[in-house]
Design a protein around this ligand. Sequence first.
Ligand code: MGP
Length: 216
Amino acid sequence: MATSEPKAADTPQKAADTEDQQTDGQVVANPEQYIKHPLQNKWVLWYFKTDKSKSWTENFRLISEFDTVEDFWALYNHIQQPSKLGIGCDYCLFKDGIKPMWEDDRNKLGGRWLMTLNKQRHNELDRCWMETLLCLVGESFDEASEDVCGAVVNVRHKGDKIAIWTSNCQNREAILTIGQLYKDRLSLPTKVVIGYQSHDETSSKSGSTTKNMYSV
Ligand code: MGP
């Protein structure tokens, strides 16, 4: 019976991490050392910076693409948190092949679950954005994850916004599944209500508020 803690190098995990395994005199590389963990989808991170001399679409920059867990964290750890971005900037994370705009074929019939944060929020903003990213890359909404197109964080004077965009505003069941699970993941109190709006409504709105199609 062991009477003391094993030295770190004695633990099987440590040995597997640092050495190749030997079987019948042959050296077998441990796949954990060189195979990255694939995500279900490939994702593209975009950055938007307001420049009034350019059109809205010209203000987007593609930052990076990734399709493994390791590359997601490498990117996440490398870039600024949303709370450090200037007013008027956005990050958008979308599935590969979907542009972060209403006009894209996969967005044009869709809408978004929208969360607006109040002003004393910097930690909240970063926490909620990280949780949103994890919901996306981790495909956290069961089958309804198919409906997810991407997510956007807007840094704004009047209050920052985070939204999950989905592909079809008529897919009631999928949208409500996403909304409820998203609210749970963000640990929002039950009394806080988040709303889902179609892009059609948002893009054609005349006043400052957009009608909610669904709320949770
Ligand atoms: P915004 O950046 O989504 O929100 O849209 P903001 O800055 O909080 O403004 P508000 O209108 O919601 O109060 C700002 C503006 O950017 C919109 O009014 C559009 O002119 C433009 N815009 C935003 N989006 C998401 C799109 C889009 O997908 N396509 C196009 N063509 N313009 C967009």
